[in-house]
Design a binder for this molecule. Sequence first.
Ligand SMILES: Nc1ncnc2c1ncn2[C@@H]1O[C@H](COP(=O)(O)OP(=O)(O)OP(=O)(O)O)[C@@H](O)[C@H]1O
Length: 705
Amino acid sequence: MSEPRVRRAEIAIEQTHVDRVYTRLAELRTQAEAMRAKGYELGHGAQREAVFEQASMLFERDMMVYHANQQLQTLDAEYEGLVFGRLDQTSGEAVYVGRLGIRDAEFDNLVTDWRAPAAAAFYQATAEEPMDVVRRRVIRCSGQTVLDVDDDVLMAEAVPDDMRIVGEGALMAALGRARGEKMRDIVATIQREQDEVIRAPWRGVTEITGGPGTGKTAVALHRAAYLLYRHRRQLGGAGVLVVGPSGVFTNYISRVLPAMGETNVELRALGEVLDGAEGTHQDPARLAAIKGSLRMRKILLRGLRDTPPDVPTEMRIVYKGQVLKLTAKELEKVRRKVHVQGGPPNRSRVRAAETLLEALADKAEEHAEDRPVDRAELITELGERIDFHRFLVVWWPVLSPAEVLRWLADEPRLARAGKGLLNRDEISALAASFADRSRGWSVADVALLDELRVLIGPPPKRRRRVQQVELDAAPTQRGSTGTGPQRPEHYDEYSHIVVDEAQDLSPMQWRMVGRRGKYASWTVVGDPVQSSWPDPAEAAQARDQAFGARTARRRYTLRTNYRNSAEIFDLAARVVAGTAAEGELPHAVRTTGLVPEVRTVEPATLDGSVRAAAKELLDAVEGTVGVICAMDRVPEIEGWLAGHTDERLKVVGSLDSKGLEYDAVVLVEPTELITESTTGRRVLYVALTRATQQLTVLASDSDWC
Ligand SMILES: Nc1ncnc2c1ncn2[C@@H]1O[C@H](COP(=O)(O)OP(=O)(O)OP(=O)(O)O)[C@@H](O)[C@H]1O
């Protein structure tokens, strides 16, 4: 038979199996719906009332409905390519691998879940270690239709006469395909080195490092799905949190887990980790470096212990015909005394009242001359007086994180808090940033708000709503990948935390994320060469503290770049040649023959050059085109490209391009990317490694290369 006919025949064989699977899926769906209906029925009908009263019956009903709903949710997930693999073993048996496990009515396996041990050989078998696999086949479907098959022979000597082999490599085909708006899962083509990381033990800390495009994000997300499948009892209840660098990024990866049927995972950008506050923009690098450093903790503590603005500066109260007066200085002494004893101020009002009453008793004694003062009587009597309480609530107000951070917009106040920790320029820059309300909170501010939340303590219960409003809109289940368990408003404990682009977390952000995983296990993904954080040692210290005293710590390095063509990666690697250590850069496996184009442009006509380059690339590739520039250039370039209506075109700032990818990239003024950040060349390296197929660099100088 000719090659196309063999291929068609093999596709037809697989189509028969895929049809059986979808027929069975429909049956299972009907069964699950029937079970749910039966469950609801248990709770209705007067004749059943006697039975219904029994708690066990109620429980049974809830469990039935719950399980049926769970099953329906799993069956209804967007299963593009439900069956994607087949293993032909030396025993002659064929095992189909897919996104979930399905058995037929006789309980025989129709599809094995990719996460089950029985499917491991699909990813781990090699020609050197074939694990009894003769042929590994990747099946590519669109909906319920098989489009293609692609084989790997692992034991050439064991191939039976009637076994046909087709294809030229599923991985290369997958890597060459056009990119869309959202990241795709890679279940069909996970590579062995990646599979090892995905299936690593769940406890402790698993660190994944590797250069750009090595699949770190893909691997981390597949690991989350794998862990929930294998250890749902340990991890499912408290849930899994995935933290990514930006909202653009979490949106980009948001389809991967639902496509694998996993909904019990919360995705949050760093600016969204704290409920009720949202970091909407990035600070300039210098400012972000101050806000992220550990010294901020001390500054915040001092700041919140300072006298709140607008509190009364004098207290007068009449006791037994005598006016007892505390001056501003004396009141501050009382405030300091309360704070010195430690504890969050929102929990210290009673102590503040007691200390104030003691000070009033001292005052009474001062005035009493030789007459003795009954201190206990004075304290009881004044402590019950309405005017005393009115004073107390304004003098020791309930604090909110947002309010305290805004106090620091006042330069003299910030100078007091930052004494010995901030220089004059830093004070001005920081105060100006807190004063600017036009853009809402920055991403770095959110970690400060979270720190303050803990330092201040929760507000007394009846004021809770007030604080919520203060922090912003009411919290929602942001970023959840679906209909996972509903959590309480201030839920902040997870059983497993995945941190992506971990090299960029500031020490304050590590503290914030660490609070959410006091008892969690971790998967931490990063690439030191892409780091934009200026003090890695301080960040490492905060990160280790976040992990706590967990002993198990394993580290994996991924070394193959699956994203960039070798031609594009060569150019990117040259940019960091001086700063990256030997062996830190990955190896790009795919060549396209398309060398990146570097064009010298005139600043005055840059707009025209950007438009022309974007148009050329939109014509050249099938998928997305990204125009990457320095952060503060974004609005200007968006303006230049406003005429382009093609949805495949996106303008993105350098820092926001982390983790993303496009079929083609126009990189605008590379030197500006170097100078805008404290870690310059690394930011440019990140930007240059976003393109899968084509890259055009527009530069008015040659300083960058
Ligand atoms: N085994 C694989 N099969 C198919 N595609 C893969 C595989 N591994 C990685 N990829 C693809 O390579 C690209 C890069 O993956 P990913 O974004 O996870 O890399 P990364 O290491 O997180 O990159 P960066 O650090 O630059 O953000 C993605 O398009 C991903 O789908």
